[in-house]
Design a protein around this ligand. Structure first.
Ligand code: PMP
Length: 359
């Protein structure tokens, strides 16, 4: 029996995708072997790769002047790739919005290669809100501005796209494909796969073509977007199974009605949970209302001595991975695309029952 899985990542995958993979595992396309056991250069795999790219382009309406790259090294690899690829032309300076723990990691890595200016930060209130639009200014001559539209640990999500006159770089690891985006507003969008795309082991970058010639001269080959773009993301052996599964997720997303449908679902699911939290004295959300993430909802119990009990009873009730990030404690429910509305209904019902018994 599959349980409801609220893990922040690697996260729940759509059941039909897992079933299809299971069905095809031993004998893929009548080839007598699995998709993992064929050459990445075989016509069969190249078709999978191309279809995945096209489906992702369709889902996010990616303009033709953007490369879609399938990469390795996770989003963390892109923390390094971004400065390596963008600080080699005129400017060694990059602007960052500091919104929490993932932004902090991107900042720390970029500092190894250039001058980092933190132009906005929500550190003063423990990253519990999104720095307001218009409350900050970009610095002069920055090669790019980097931000994290959704902070997976802190549970805050931007409801606006920063307007800047340098390339905008976004780490969309935990909210990509959860709503329509205007790709043209961005120079680079990247994401690790293991939340809304597919299994871990693959990362995606959308890179505007004119940014491909700004790399530092000694860039490691495996981090170069230009090398990846020129080789169709196959400069070396790609993670073929993760690519194939991501492709199945894209097909599933299309069948569900695409990112518009996902946005509607995400709003419904997160509203159900947040309204419940706000109505309760037993549970609360540490995040300011207007900044709450639709994807990751951290919450705490008024009495943290009940945390352990809560988690063990939740697990027995078939609700998995509600423990908050090890750095912040408490609880966190991640509500990615593959988490159905019924899962949130079950969660809220369990929480109400727990409160009635322990409150
Ligand atoms: N950025 C964000 C917003 C994330 O949530 C994560 C992973 N949870 C990362 C970056 C790092 O991703 P990876 O583990 O793929 O390197």
């Amino acid at each position: 029996m599959r349980k409801y899985n609220f893990c922040a990542g690697p996260a729940a995958l759509p059941e039909p995708v897992l079933r299809q993979a299971q069905q095809e595992l031993l004998d893929w396309r009548g080839l007598g072997c699995s998709v993992m056991e064929v050459s990445h250069r075989s016509p069969e795999f190249v078709e999978v790769a191309e279809r995945a790219e096209q489906d992702l382009r369709d889902l996010l309406t990616v303009p033709d002047n953007y490369k879609v790259l399938f990469l390795q090294g996770g989003a963390t690899g892109q923390f390094s790739a971004v400065p390596w690829n963008l600080l080699g032309a005129d400017s060694k300076r990059a602007d960052f919005i500091h919104s929490g723990q993932w932004a902090a990691k991107a900042i720390k890595e970029a500092r190894r290669y250039g001058e980092v200016n933190v132009v906005a930060s929500s550190e003063d209130r423990n990253f519990s809100y999104v720095p307001a639009r218009g409350s900050w200014q970009q610095s002069e001559g920055a090669a790019y501005l980097h931000y994290t539209p959704n902070e997976t640990i802190g549970g805050i999500e931007f409801d606006y796209v920063p307007e800047v006159d340098c390339p905008l770089v976004a780490d969309m690891s935990s909210n990509i494909l959860s709503s329509p985006i205007d790709v043209e507003k961005f120079g680079v969008i990247y994401a690790g796969a293991q939340k809304n795309i597919g299994p871990s082991g693959i990362a995606i970058a959308l890179v505007r073509e004119d940014l491909l010639d700004r790399a530092m001269g000694n860039i490691p080959r495996s981090l170069s977007w230009k090398v990846a773009a020129d080789a169709g993301s196959m400069d070396n052996t790609p993670p073929t199974f993760a690519w194939y599964l991501s492709g199945l997720v894209f097909q599933w997303l299309k069948a569900q009605g695409g990112v518009e449908a996902m946005a509607e679902q995400a709003m419904k699911k997160s509203t159900l949970l947040y309204e419940f939290l706000d109505a309760s004295d037993f549970y609360s959300s540490p995040v300011e209302k207007s900044s709450r993430s639709r994807m990751n909802a951290p919450f705490v119990l008024a009495d943290d001595r009940l945390d352990k009990q809560f988690l063990s009873e939740a697990e027995k009730a078939g609700l998995l991975s509600l423990k908050g990030h090890r750095s912040v404690g408490g609880m966190r429910a991640s509500l990615y695309n593959a988490v159905p509305y019924e899962a949130v209904e079950a969660l809220v019902a369990f929480m109400a029952d727990f409160e009635a018994r322990r409150g």
